[in-house]
Design a binder for this molecule. Structure first.
Ligand SMILES: [Zn+2]
Length: 307
């Protein structure tokens, strides 16, 4: 199939209350792993590429690889720019053939965020490209902070309603207490589900959870068994993801988990086969290990069997 917009994929998820993983690609093997897992799970696919990935591989290369795999598949596939930081980054992606973009102007004051986001919507919608924006800051929130501090960091539901109505975005990433990377929480993960429910109630559109990696236990153990150090990294447990989906999340971003799995297997292969000089013998098993992590996540998110 040709690439479609992420909106086309997420509308069904919104209606039927499940989530689709947006898996970040770091290289060709990640992309192959996502397709292999989705094929086996019969899941729709959202490929996410950050500006970092575009800098590493080139936007045209990422589009060409994704299109080739999509054309050989019957699954719905969208290619999404993750955290586009400005107009130029978005233009590079859509010129190359991305079918969905995120504009992340959440670090600007509300009005500025809205203005920049509207501009992106006006460019993307006539081209059939879906747009995601973010409100609030992606930052872990401690239990003991004041309500005012909490409100300063997390999404404001009333603002979210106004933002969605005024900008015309297709899906929204509301900050509810997760953060990026492997080190999300000092204590137990506490997400603000009440706030999330309110945002869903007031906007009705698909919502996105960033900073949603789970730091899978087996892969993390392997990573450390073969010399790595994750320094006590802690992700979002599956039960918490399921609860977030119940409250309105339809797109769950995942990057860190795939990175940990890929490098855990590489560490193992390199340590156990010291004379190996064929990179494919090292990267191949690492890719297969990533496939397993993605399949498990597709089951948890509920995208299995939805293609
Ligand atoms: Zn993110």
């Amino acid at each position: 199939m040709s690439l479609i917009s992420a909106k086309d994929i997420l509308e069904d998820a919104n209606k039927k209350r499940y989530a689709v993983g947006a898996f970040n690609i770091n290289n060709m093997e990640f992309l192959q792993a996502i397709f292999e897992a989705a094929q086996s799970e019969n899941s729709p696919i959202i490929i996410a590429a950050s500006e970092g990935a575009i800098k590493y591989a080139g936007a045209e290369m990422l589009v060409a690889m994704t299109r080739t795999l999509a054309q050989n598949s019957k699954l719905p596939v969208a290619l999404h720019l993750d955290h586009g930081s400005n107009l130029n980054a978005v233009l590079i992606a859509i010129k190359a053939g991305f079918t969905s973009v995120m504009i992340d102007a959440s670090h600007f004051p509300y009005e500025e965020n809205l203005k920049i986001t509207k501009q992106i919507v006006n460019i993307c919608h006539p081209l059939g490209i879906s747009v995601e924006a973010e409100l609030g800051r992606l930052k872990g929130v401690e239990d003991n902070i004041s309500v005012a501090e909490r409100d300063a960091v997390l999404v404001n539901p009333t603002e979210a309603k106004d933002f969605v109505g005024s900008s015309g975005i297709d899906f929204l990433a509301p900050a509810i207490g997760t953060s990026h990377g492997a080190f999300k929480f000092k204590g137990e993960p506490k997400l603000d589900f009440e706030r999330l429910k309110k945002v869903k109630e007031l906007t009705g559109i698909p919502l996105v959870l960033h900073g949603a990696s789970s730091v899978p236990e087996e892969a993390s153990k392997k990573f450390e068994e073969f010399g790595g150090n994750l320094k006590g990294a802690k992700g979002v447990p599956f039960e918490v993801l399921k609860e977030a989906i119940k409250c309105g999340i339809n797109k769950v971003n995942t990057d860190t988990d795939l990175r940990i799995a890929f490098l855990a297997k590489i560490r193992e292969s390199v340590a156990l086969d010291k004379s190996q000089i064929d990179p494919r013998k090292i990267f191949g098993p690492a890719k297969e290990y990533v496939v397993e992590v993605i399949k498990e996540r597709m089951k948890v998110l509920g995208s299995s069997g939805r293609a």
